[in-house]
Design a binder for this molecule. Structure first.
Ligand code: JFZ
Length: 450
């Protein structure tokens, strides 16, 4: 394996290796009786939380930590082979004076997002919250001395967004992360450690995250792929989480078919079922789905990454995710001073502006009766099917047959009637030719609720 890895290429390289061993992971680390989460034993509050999650459709992912200081992404410690001692010094300089929870949450809200998922601890092992489990945390280790997660949790509650905590199981700093996995091999740590003690450390931190921040949306796990054959004690950890907050969702980023106790199936840089990124499973289960996406090509702040996706692309992604019955978790990597890059903020605001008109065709919908097509997708709610025409140059669009009778068709936004014809061969729509429209959304009203 290459030792120098760029963020995405590195992760991709790893995941190819990981893919070969994932099956054994699923089988060896999860005795079937240990988690025992048959669907009928899931409490109503969590089923309700899953339902909320499906309706939410749009979340903001935030990668923010000590690595933001260097502006080279969240993998900089690994990619530049920074030893623990040097990185520890770097961490003493973290002082995001311009961090303001209200600004971040307001932006997420303006974007139309319903939840935020933020890095509480990434692979660099630095805790971005107050914790008694290690001094290596933002309150005890830095001049900042504040707990941004607490400020965000309070602000999210005020503004009605849910907050999820990303939590890395992989750690490039902790001495007890041993035996080592595929990464974190050049950090100058002693070649010894106590794995069960590391797992206890994680459980202690998770206990803090689940007891000190009020009700949270859930935990977004990442990093098991570093040691696919290790015993991660998932049954214990998952049971702990479900005991402390029965409604908190467990969102794993292991890219396998879901394991017992988990609530959401995730995809990364790909729509469900697709696998252009090379590390996603094509197997789609029955859990709520979420797909994460970078705004440019980086998760953590990258000062030279100018490859921001256009508003059209981002909205297209959100809509196609919805048409695939999945949420979009769209990432921003705030700068070390605590501000969000204007390029990202502007795009989020534009998405919010679009959603203020078209949100009804996205939020609280489910994937529609017509499976995703190159021209676009369908979503549906009650007696309405929303046809999202994203990429179709023509006026007439022919849809395959829909079982219910269509009684009316209008353009969402203007309510202008759309001529249509329904036969056993399908439904043809006569669309207005608006060349610059991001998404021509046609609302079809059916004779009855589906
Ligand atoms: C992970 C992290 O390594 C990355 O820094 C970022 O936080 C992203 C959201 O998640 O990237 C991954 C995770 C899992 C795999 C590949 C990349 N995987 O399972 O192959």
């Amino acid at each position: 394996m290459k030792t120098k890895l760029t963020t995405s290429a590195g992760a991709r390289e790893l995941s190819r290796l990981v893919a070969m061993t994932t099956l054994s992971l699923a089988v060896t680390t999860l005795p079937s009786d240990a988690i025992g989460q048959a669907s009928d034993s899931i409490p109503a509050s969590r089923l309700e939380a899953r339902h909320w999650f499906r309706d939410a459709k749009f979340g903001i992912f935030i990668h923010w930590g000590v690595y933001s200081l260097l502006g080279q992404g969240e993998w900089v410690m690994e990619n530049r082979e920074i030893p623990v001692s040097t990185y520890e010094w770097l961490a003493t300089t973290f002082n995001p004076a311009r961090f303001d929870a209200r600004t971040w949450v307001s932006l997420a809200k303006e974007a139309g997002a319903k939840y935020i998922t933020i890095t509480s601890r990434h692979h660099d092992g630095f805790s971005m919250f107050s914790t008694a489990a290690t001094e290596y945390n933002i309150v005890d280790w830095t001049p900042f001395k504040r707990d941004p997660l607490k400020e965000l949790a309070d602000e999210c509650r005020r503004q009605g967004l849910k907050l999820f905590f990303y939590y890395s199981q992989l750690d490039w700093h902790h001495p007890d992360y041993w035996p080592r996995g595929r990464t974190g091999l050049k950090t100058g740590r002693r070649e010894e450690g106590n794995w069960p003690r590391y797992l206890d450390f994680m459980d202690n931190q998770l206990t803090e995250l689940l007891t000190r921040y009020g009700p949270i949306g859930g935990i977004w796990f990442d990093g098991m792929w570093d040691k696919p054959n290790a015993d991660w004690r998932l049954p214990t950890t998952y049971a702990l989480i479900h005991r402390l907050q029965p409604a908190a969702l467990i969102v794993p980023n292991h890219h396998q078919a879901p394991l017992a106790g988990e609530d959401v199936q995730t995809f990364e840089q790909d729509l469900p079922g697709a696998n252009t990124a090379g590390f996603n499973t094509r197997e789609i289960g029955s859990l709520p789905l979420e797909t994460s996406l970078t705004t440019n090509n980086s998760w953590g702040f990258n000062i030279t990454d100018r490859q921001f996706k256009s508003v059209r692309e981002l909205i297209g992604y959100l809509v196609r995710a919805a048409g695939n019955d999945a949420n979009l978790l769209l990432n921003v990597g705030p700068r070390p001073d605590g501000t969000i890059q204007p390029e990202a903020a502007a795009r989020l605001r534009e998405m919010g502006r679009w959603l203020s008109t078209y949100g009804t065709s996205v939020f609280a919908t489910r994937g529609g009766p017509i499976t995703p097509r190159p021209w676009g997708v369908t979503t549906h709610r009650n007696d309405t099917i929303f046809v999202h025409v994203l990429d179709w140059p023509d006026q007439v669009l022919a849809l395959p047959p829909i079982t219910d009778r269509v009684v009316s068709a209008v353009m969402l936004g203007t309510n202008a009637p759309v001529k249509f014809a329904q036969s056993s061969a399908g439904v043809t729509l006569n669309l207005p030719m608006a060349v610059d429209e991001i998404d021509r959304v046609v609302a079809l009203t059916l004779a009855r609720r589906r």
